[in-house]
Design a protein around this ligand. Structure first.
Ligand SMILES: [Zn+2]
Length: 135
């Protein structure tokens, strides 16, 4: 057997990126998706970000009045200053589609469950229940 390619180490994502507008940005991980931050810390920024030991940028959005904790610094979200505003309708439509898809999928799963879990018809025991009993 040949062709077993040797893993040449995981290429780590560089933390510095450039937006399509040419500005240097930080791509930081949030719970859900990556956020583009302006490269330069901004004391007026709404995001608190830091780089963890593995070089990954972590960001969270600060509540109004909240201060960044120790390793964090304030950054501004790049979308706030980006001259190339991404069309807001595109991600919104994506989210709506995803929600619809998930709903349809769970609905289908539920339907399957019901079918699987359907009780068998009552057995024929020969015992007759008095039909007038509940009247
Ligand atoms: Zn930009």
């Amino acid at each position: 057997m040949t062709g077993v390619s040797r893993m040449t180490g995981v290429s780590r994502m560089p933390s510095a990126h450039h937006c399509d507008c040419g500005a240097r940005i930080i791509l930081a991980a949030t719970a859900g998706r990556r956020q583009a931050l302006d490269w330069v810390p901004d004391p007026q920024g709404t995001a608190a970000a830091y780089q963890d030991a593995l070089g990954t940028w972590r960001v969270r959005i600060l509540e109004p009045g909240e201060q960044p904790l120790h390793p964090e610094r304030r950054y501004q979200l790049h979308v706030a200053s980006c001259p190339l505003k991404p069309a807001p309708s595109v991600p919104a439509a994506g989210v709506a589609f995803l929600a619809e898809y998930k709903r349809a999928r769970s609905e289908r799963a539920k339907e399957k469950r019901n079918r699987r879990g359907r009780r068998p018809a009552p057995q024929v025991t020969g015992i007759r229940i008095d039909p007038g009993r509940n009247q």
